[in-house]
Design a protein around this ligand. Sequence first.
Ligand SMILES: Nc1nc2c(ncn2[C@@H]2O[C@H](COP(=O)(O)OP(=O)(O)O)[C@@H](O)[C@H]2O)c(=O)[nH]1
Ligand SMILES: [Mg+2]
Length: 195
Amino acid sequence: MKVNYADIVISAASKKQYPKAPIPEIALAGRSNVGKSSFINKMIQRKNLARTSSKPGKTQTLNFYIINDLFHFVDVPGYGYAKVSKKERAKWGEMMEEYFSEREQLRATALIIDSRHKPTEDDVIMYNYLKHFGLPVMVIATKLDKLKKSQKHKQLKTIQEVLEMEEEDTLIPFSSETGEGKELAWKTMLSHLNM
Ligand SMILES: Nc1nc2c(ncn2[C@@H]2O[C@H](COP(=O)(O)OP(=O)(O)O)[C@@H](O)[C@H]2O)c(=O)[nH]1
Ligand SMILES: [Mg+2]
């Protein structure tokens, strides 16, 4: 996929602000700091359109990106950051529910997981949460460049097993550093978008 055009549409704090254009969407979920923004930047070949930050738990907005005027990437706020107040946590939950339960043009999700570790309890909860909305989930096992070649197979198998991934869902080994997995990620996304 050649990306000729990509831009941020809006950082939305509530439903009222979601883009109205009825174009299909792919949402990206994952733990804070797991590499969501880096994934977007790598996929669209832009160094810093999606902001990568060292301050986890900061963004409490849904960031909508338009790609080639064809579809949206939606960067959903990360989870699992310890230093978040109860109030903020509740607000995050409401944002998730508001988006995932009602967004009609949402076609699939990408759940970004750190390939170096066993999925966390929060990762498992998020996978099941997305499945409960009937969504296809692409599991992106990122930071693969940080694994030794000999560890890759075992780690990928662990991810698949711990999440109890369903047949329809694709596990995609990925690295935002090297670009490994980019083609499979595009192929899978475009099929979910019917493109
Ligand atoms: N080595 C390596 N580092 C990565 C990769 N993806 C993300 N990072 C780093 O992980 C940190 C968090 O990335 P970011 O995209 O901001 O995570 P987000 O909070 O999920 O959006 C940054 O320092 C990135 O440079 C990857 O595939 N390989
Ligand atoms: Mg980010």
